[in-house]
Ligand binder design. Structure first.
Ligand SMILES: *Cc1c(COP(=O)(O)O)cnc(C)c1O
Length: 410
């Protein structure tokens, strides 16, 4: 059966290009091609790009670690990678396991991020239930170094470390993780403080007698701005650990916006990233209206002259943010068509008066390029007063993700 025409095309080659750009940018020098392990963040259905396509693509690009939010996403990632026949990645569950999920963590060999005692209780019980020996199940212990979201603070550190010190636990601290909350602030002040605290906490973990292999720090902003290859590697050298970073957004072709201004190195790398996603629909029908006619709910748009209007098969239930009503635009025939009136749940109307020859069935680009024009997730985010992450992850599941052209040119 043909489906309603609202779909997303994914260029896995662009995604892989972006992974490579980050690998090269995080190499300390040309001789050492990969001192930092880049875990590819594919949470939230790969930022709305489709986990089934992006998880195997990341592995093919060289990612040995993938990061997901939940155990459910981890299980799905295992399945998609197996179906695609790619090498088995390590899968980090960055949101930690929820109650009752530890058996699945074990069964699917996921690596859990942990910071609470009950998580250790449940993982320990699940590990024993399947006969794991002492110290054979790695977890990443999250340190709260300032974000106050997840992780153990300095005051709780000793108590949680004690859980790993009796030599009997099946669990082992395979990595220490923390999250930088302001890596996109170009003065670097908050990040410097967080990294100093990270180093002090790492020192305490080692002093307690634990030997975590990984120090796992940094999002796209931290990788692009060079914090990861510089500061993270120097902490790792000091403590004999291996560096891991966790870029997300940049893999999907966008660099975060830096404040107050963008470091030069970021601008350079931004130019090398390629868009991965195109979001499309079609014209359902075209009508002419005379001046004075209202358009959409509550008549928030009134035709100022005789106009041609095109109805589109996309609405806010597909993820087209309602804040784009009377503000956003789409591409038809390589030109911008303004959205007029309120966006409905499943439909939207655009003004095609200035675009000749528009007929039912014409392809419409919501995000992406058509002819010489393009509309980015950053532009949608400005229109809607939000961030590009939310634009991507709002594209509804009912918009099918399919493979598009291999690479979108820069
Ligand atoms: C989402 C997330 C990331 C990736 O962030 P980007 O800004 O998209 O690169 C990294 N680490 C954690 C803990 C996250 O939640």
């Amino acid at each position: 059966m043909n489906s309603r025409p609202c779909w997303v095309e994914i260029s896995t080659g662009s995604f892989q290009n972006n992974y490579q750009v980050l690998v090269q940018s995080s190499a300390a020098d040309a001789a050492d091609a990969r001192p930092v392990e880049l875990l590819a963040i594919v949470k939230a259905d790969a930022y709305g790009h489709g986990l089934a396509l992006c998880a195997p693509a990341a592995v093919q690009a060289g990612a040995r670690w993938l990061g997901v939010t939940s155990v459910e996403e981890g299980v799905a990632t295992r399945k998609f990678c197996a179906e695609a026949g790619v090498a088995e990645p390590e899968i980090l569950v960055i949101g930690g396991p929820f109650p009752g999920q530890s058996a699945d963590v074990m069964a699917h060999r996921l690596t859990a991020v942990v910071w609470q005692g009950w998580q250790l209780d449940e993982l320990e019980a699940a590990a024993r239930a399947v006969g794991c020996e002492a110290g054979t199940v790695p977890v990443h212990l999250e340190l709260d170094t300032g974000m106050s979201r997840q992780g153990v603070g300095t005051g709780e550190l000793d108590a949680i470390l004690a859980r790993f010190l009796d030599g009997r636990s099946a669990l082992r601290v395979g990595g220490l993780m923390t999250h930088l909350y302001a890596a996109d602030e170009s003065d670097g002040e908050a990040t410097r403080e967080q990294l100093e605290l990270t180093a002090r906490m790492v020192e305490r973990v080692l002093a307690a007698g634990l030997k975590p292999e990984w120090l796992n720090v940094g999002n796209s902003a931290a990788v692009l701005a060079g914090i990861v290859p510089r500061e993270l590697l120097s902490i790792c050298d000091r403590f004999g650990m291996k560096a891991m970073a966790r870029p997300g957004l940049a893999l999907y072709g966008l660099a975060p916006e830096f404040v107050p201004d963008e470091p030069e190195v970021v601008s350079e790398l931004r130019g090398k990233l390629r868009r991965v996603l195109e979001w499309k629909t079609r014209v359902v029908s075209v009508r002419s209206v005379e001046a004075g006619r209202v358009v959409g709910y509550n008549g928030t748009f009134v035709a100022t002259e005789p106009m041609r209007l095109a109805l589109l098969a996309v609405g806010y239930a597909d993820g087209l943010n309602r804040a784009l009503s009377n503000r956003g635009a789409v591409l038809i025939g390589g030109q911008r068509a303004p959205i007029v009136g309120r966006i409905s749940m499943d439909q939207a109307v655009v003004d095609v008066t200035e675009i000749s020859g528009v007929v039912a069935g014409d392809e419409v680009v919501l995000l992406g390029q058509q002819g010489a024009e393009s509309i980015t997730a950053e532009e949608h985010a400005r229109w809607a007063g939000t961030i590009p992450w939310e634009i991507f992850t709002s594209i509804a599941a009912r918009a099918k993700r399919i493979k598009g052209v291999e690479q979108i040119s820069a």
